[in-house]
Write a protein that binds this ligand. Sequence first.
Ligand SMILES: [Zn+2]
Length: 106
Amino acid sequence: MNRAKHAAMLGLFLGWFCSGCGKNADPSDSGQTCGTCGGALIQRVDDDQRVVLERLKVYTNSTKPVLEYYRGRPTFRVVNGAQPPDRVARDLDAVIDDAAMEKAEQ
Ligand SMILES: [Zn+2]
């Protein structure tokens, strides 16, 4: 995952809320203050987001070195997991066939 993508993901997970009335807020709509009470907006990290941040940390520390290790192999393939499940399954089928053919040709 590159740096820009990482930052974009964090932006999705870190919501804003009002320190005055607790309402969810979008700082791009209202500047840095709450549209309802004028309170200051602060960023929320809830338990779910903590889990996501922890997973990103695990990805960086554990998954990425493994990925880099396998990336050099001739049968290594990349599938976009951010698609609908049936398309991910179809892509998986395709890359497995492709990798199997590559292996057979060696
Ligand atoms: Zn407010």
